[in-house]
Design a protein around this ligand. Structure first.
Ligand code: ACM
Length: 633
């Protein structure tokens, strides 16, 4: 007995020591954390209490989440005496605002409180992250639970977001994601305290929203011919070929998804991308184009030429005709249903990459330009957006568009989504417009995240560390106009939800600290340690993510006629071993410590990261030609 008692004492002492030193791996980083001593462990008698009906949903969600992996039947009930309490404050605590919370975990239990249900939801997410990774198990672990029990370290947290707009954009046009996939995406983003889903519903490759008054939009526009292979290099439809790939969301689906999102404090901003990117709409209603073009819903064929300086031309018409009244009648029908379905005050009207070549040659557009007293075809975009601004205002909605809406005259109340860098956002903010920052350079989640010789071909690159080091408020800009920002997931090369996760995470974790956490608390080395802990949580939950952060970053520079190699790891604690003599490297090969001037010859570089003597990440193999091609990347 005495032996057992001593053993128990030893265990208790170790547990409290561990608790004192517990590493908290919270993403995004909370504003204030005070660590305490000891732990509180979930047991089969754990209960979740809540104090008001508005807190019930979060309490029930938490109880469900805790029950599955533990195998305990944890119930939510109204009242204050539970081991975990979710409380809405009787008097508001101004410091934490609408979405903030306080969380106090002691050896006796956990109290989460907030001014609103959103804060309780976020407090619950933080609590889940305080638990061992096994809490992410999809099935009861029974005796295979975490070694130290279901322990929550003692801690006091006060937390609230830096920005009100913390979004992810999901493109469902290039590939269609069924309703359940959209919910999965929402569920995950909410866990990292994102609160806006920007839903890119229409584009050249599919119209995804039922518009009851325009049935052809989904009968025709939601379907394209089945194609495999690299999107953008595919073959045109053959005459008579059936369009069988696609899908769309009914009004009922949309209401269900909006409700699901609202339960997770996510609001949905719908995007109807016009006047460009409209090939799917034109496939259904060709009379809305300048040439009554017979176009098809594009299955990923090449139809535009890019000239390398941001300018481009379209071989196929994909623009609505701004001089045609039928276009405004069409859009009025579309936006009437969109406004009725979506409670969010904003409707995103696109406005990006609108090719004006067909407008230039169209007699109707020429007449309209004359009437407007302009020689610039670009001004027709300003005219078009002005009409949309009024149309939306009449429906009680605010216009949001990509930064091209600054061209040709921006409407007074418009909000700008800055994507071509920060420039558009800065210009808009200086003019007094609100801005959502989503620059390609930091926030485009479709870009290759590791070495392009490993990850599939995409036209640009974006490392997780680069996303992390992003500051959305440019110097000299009035911060009140920067509503926040987003990560954007375009899905040309993303055919399913598991791969959407691979492209989104971990970069969206990095961006969650950009948009939620305080600027002063950002630290890549600390973040990347937490990121690795979240990798383990995802493994437990069988979710997909990219491990590109383990792949060496290889760039080159020219020094006279010499080609000089520069290599670096993206996360700390990695050593890079390389060869240039056509053998496979191991950790007895040369270790990279300083730039290497390559000798002449048909050299191939091979570089592998190691941690603690074990290879980690991909072997990167680059020929001299490939190394030459990446000078000054
Ligand atoms: C965009 O990436 N075309 C907004």
């Amino acid at each position: 007995m005495k032996k057992h008692f001593l053993h128990l004492l030893f265990l208790l002492a170790t547990a409290s020591l561990l608790a004192q030193n517990a590493t908290l791996n919270l993403i995004p980083q909370p504003v204030e954390i005070q660590q305490g001593t000891g732990t509180f462990a979930l047991t089969k008698s754990t209960t979740v209490g809540y104090n008001k009906p508005e807190a019930k949903a979060a309490a029930e969600m938490l109880a469900r989440h805790l029950s599955t992996p533990t195998g305990y039947v944890i119930l939510a009930k109204e009242g204050k005496s539970a081991s975990i309490n979710l409380s809405l404050k009787a008097t508001p605590y101004d410091k934490i605002g609408k979405e903030g919370y306080t969380l106090e975990a002691t050896t006796k239990g956990v109290n989460i409180s907030a001014n609103h249900a959103a804060g309780l939801f976020y407090g619950m997410q933080t609590l889940l992250q305080l638990l061992p990774k096994e809490i992410e198990s999809l099935s009861p672990l029974g005796g295979r639970g975490p070694g130290g029990g279901w322990a929550i370290p003692a801690v006091k947290i006060t937390d609230y977001p830096r920005f009100g707009w913390r979004g992810l954009m999901l493109d469902v046009s290039r590939h269609f994601f069924p309703k359940e996939d959209v919910k999965t995406y929402i569920d995950e983003m909410a866990r990292y305290k994102y609160n806006v889903l920007h839903w890119h519903l229409t584009d050249d490759n599919g119209w995804r929203l039922e518009i009851k008054s325009l049935p052809k939009l989904t009968e025709v526009g939601a379907w394209r011919v089945e194609r495999a292979g690299h999107f953008g290099d595919r073959e045109d439809p053959k005459p008579g070929e059936k369009a069988t790939y696609g899908g769309f969301y009914t009004h009922e689906d949309v209401r269900e998804i909006i409700q699901y999102a609202a339960e997770r404090n996510v609001t949905i901003v719908p995007e109807i991308d016009v006047p460009g990117h409209s090939m799917a709409a034109l496939a259904a209603y060709p009379e809305l184009s300048c040439t009554d073009a017979t176009v098809y819903v594009n299955p990923g064929t090449p139809f535009s030429d890019w000239w390398g300086n941001g300018t481009f031309s379209m071989k196929v018409e994909n623009t609505l005709n701004p001089s045609e009244e039928k276009v405004y009648e069409f859009l009025d029908k579309v936006f009437t249903e969109v406004a009725m379905l979506f409670p969010n005050p904003y409707i995103h009207v696109g406005g990006d990459e609108c090719y004006k070549g067909f407008w230039k040659n169209d007699p109707g557009c020429q007449a309209l330009m004359k009437k407007l007293g302009t020689h610039h075809v670009e001004d027709l975009q300003g005219y078009f957006m002005g009409r949309l601004d009024k149309m939306l205002a009449a429906k009680g909605k605010k216009l949001l568009g990509w930064d091209e809406i600054l061209e040709g005259g921006i409407s007074p109340g418009a909000t700008v989504m800055s994507w071509r860098g920060m420039k558009g956002g800065i210009e808009a903010a200086e003019m007094g417009h609100d801005v959502v920052m989503t620059p390609t350079t930091f926030a485009y989640l479709d870009y290759t995240q590791g070495d392009p010789t490993v990850d599939p071909r995409i036209y640009a690159r974006l490392r997780c560390k680069t996303s992390y080091n992003y500051e959305p408020v440019p110097d000299g800009v009035d911060a009140k106009h920067i509503l926040g920002g987003q990560g954007n997931l375009w899905t040309e090369q993303i055919p399913n939800m598991r791969y959407a996760f691979y492209m989104t995470y971990p970069r969206a974790w990095a961006l969650s600290e950009v948009y939620w956490s305080q600027k002063k608390d950002k630290n890549w080395d600390k973040f990347s340690q937490k990121m690795e802990a979240h990798f383990q949580r995802y493994d437990m939950a069988q979710k997909r993510y990219s491990k590109a952060v383990y792949d060496p970053i290889v760039t080159t520079k020219k020094d006279g006629d010499k080609l000089v190699l520069h290599m670096s790891p993206e996360v700390a604690g990695l050593d890079l071993y390389y060869t240039i003599d056509d053998v496979m490297p191991d950790n007895f090969s040369p270790k990279y410590t300083a730039p290497v001037a390559l000798p002449p010859g048909p050299i191939t570089l091979r570089v592998q990261a190691y941690r603690d003597g074990q290879p980690i990440g991909h072997l990167i193999t680059l020929t001299r030609g490939q190394l030459e091609a990446r000078v000054d990347w």
